[in-house]
Design a protein around this ligand. Structure first.
Ligand code: NDP
Length: 483
């Protein structure tokens, strides 16, 4: 089976092929079958994309915000009309179950284009009176932005970066992860079908070195990366050499704190959503589940029962709610962590290995009696491995939850209103949840603190990260000078 694409890259409003680049096989995670080949961008392709973006940005920025927004909202409508096909493609790209991709990927991308398209016409400056003089400000685009994506949400990441960038009048060159190169091409195709001027949104394929070439190019004004902390540190440093703007959406090892008074079913539901959605390949997952001792056994019992109800199988079957890992490599990384959990003495409640079928399937896995120093409690696993840790007091759990380099997300389950807000207030994280986990509407800022990131995606906050403010002092009278 071959599922395209038409060509590897999308530049200046059209598909472009250059087979002299390194071939990148696209493997369907549910079968291990190769379903497509794309070719990494050569220096000539990178050059074409950047030149095209540079020219198109000037045309795009001259349009009114309302005109830009209309095109973006049209693209959102097309994405919704084609949701089924786009979801199937997302499933081929990632292996995530269609049950998920139908509601979480193209739909989320469309939300983002619609939301930022709606904002585009209202991105105004301020008027600041200074007696008879005055200052006015203008919100200007940054110029050419580079987006670099991870492999877990290829459609969503492509849109979450494109939408605020384009709303502000920037152009973008987007490099998807080499593991999931297909979906961003469709996003580019749809944006142009909706009327985007050629060159405003370009997609080039490649591995880290293509990303590196984009990040260090002097024509680039901003880099927005979704990826791991080690990659984030490299990209941030490279961007800093030219004082480029950055947004860094990086990894996490987020705490989910469950107090004795929590509703057990809801807490278990939150822990399942925060560990097993997308087979655990979600950056904001609450993988350190701190459970207060009084509720621990009831929580573990219901958790094991409900995890046993996971329907593991063909991701294209809409009844399936737990699919394979994105790649053999990622599966092996996660298997290594499962073995470390066992070797370091954590108590295996369920799962712990591969599912006996073709494809890169792992069992949803829960370890209990995990201690803070165990590897599975310290490192981001990016797979379906939940660590359950015990705690006694609020003060203790806050200190332990914050004892990590990461700070992406945090959640708390309790029926005590004051405690919920007090604990969330004390947790060092950017995207937090009370009696819920992993909701990410476009209206809410998303991003991390500490090593988990810089800047925010989504919401009006993202506008600040894709634009800059010019202030203009206007003197109405004569200029006084010392000599
Ligand atoms: P990586 O950090 O390995 O890669 C991210 C992207 O960066 C890929 O496109 C990669 O290219 C590219 N890249 C790698 N090296 C460089 C470089 N030196 N210069 C420029 N670009 C480079 O992450 P994964 O793809 O493995 O994704 C998983 C990680 O992403 C996890 O840590 C996860 O937590 C994080 N993530 C964060 C999210 C957030 O919003 N905070 C959301 C989703 C994931 P290639 O892979 O093609 O070589």
């Amino acid at each position: 089976m071959q599922i395209g694409p038409i060509a590897s890259h999308f530049i200046d409003g059209q598909y472009v092929e250059d087979k002299s680049g390194t071939p990148i096989p696209v493997i369907y995670a549910a079968s291990g079958e190769q379903i497509a080949t794309v070719y990494a961008a050569t220096p000539a392709i990178v050059e074409q994309a950047l030149e095209s973006a540079r020219k198109a940005q000037k045309i795009w920025a001259k349009m009114t915000g309302t005109e830009r927004g209309r095109i973006m909202r049209r693209a959102a409508d097309i994405m919704r009309e084609r949701n089924y096909d786009l979801s199937v493609l997302e499933t081929y790209d990632t292996g995530k179950p269609l049950q998920e991709t139908l509601v979480a990927d193209a739909t989320s991308g469309a939300d983002s284009l619609e939301y930022f398209g709606g904002l585009a016409g209202s991105l105004t400056g301020e008027h600041i009176p200074m007696g008879e003089d005055w200052v006015y400000t203008m919100r200007e685009p940054l110029g050419v932005c580079v987006g670099i994506g991870a492999w877990n949400y290829p459609t969503q990441i492509a849109c979450w970066k494109a939408a605020p960038a384009l709303a502000c009048g920037n152009a973008m060159v987007f490099k998807p992860s080499e593991t999931t190169p297909l979906c961003a091409l469709k996003v580019a195709e749809i944006l142009h079908e909706a009327g985007l001027p050629a060159g405003v949104y370009n997609v080039v394929q490649g591995m880290g070195e293509v990303g590196g070439a984009l990040v260090t190019d002097p024509r680039v004004d901003k880099v927005s990366l979704t990826g791991s902390v080690p990659t984030g540190k490299k990209v941030y440093a490279a961007a800093a050499a030219d004082m480029k703007h950055v947004t860094m959406e990086l990894g996490g090892k987020s705490p989910l704190v469950i107090f004795d008074d929590a509703d057990v079913e809801n807490a278990v539901g939150g822990a399942i959503n925060g560990n097993f959605y997308s087979s655990g390949q979600v950056c904001s997952n609450g993988t350190r589940v701190f459970v207060q001792k009084g509720i621990k056994e009831a929580f573990l019992k219901r958790l094991a029962e409900r995890v046993g109800n996971a329907v593991i199988g063909d991701p294209m079957d809409e009844a399936v709610n737990f699919g394979p890992m994105v790649s053999e490599n990622q599966m092996n990384i996660v298997l290594g962590y499962m073995e470390k959990g066992k070797a370091e003495g954590a108590r295996l409640i369920c799962g712990g290995g591969r599912v006996d079928k073709e494809g890169w399937y792992l069992e949803p896995t829960v370890f209990a009696d995990v201690t803070d120093d165990m590897t599975i409690a310290r490192e981001e696993i990016f797979g379906p491995v939940m660590s359950v840790l015990d705690f006694n007091t609020e003060e203790e759990v806050i200190a332990r939850a914050n004892d990590t380099e990461f700070g992406l997300s945090a959640g708390v389950f309790t029926n005590d209103l004051s405690r919920a807000h007090r604990v969330i207030g004390a947790l060092e994280a950017g995207s937090c949840f009370i009696n819920s986990y992993n909701d990410a509407p476009v209206e809410a800022p998303f991003g991390g603190v500490k090593a988990s990131g810089v800047g925010r995606e989504n919401s009006k906050e993202a506008i600040k990260h894709f634009s800059q403010v010019k202030s203009v002092y206007v003197r109405m009278g004569d200029v006084e000078a010392a000599f």
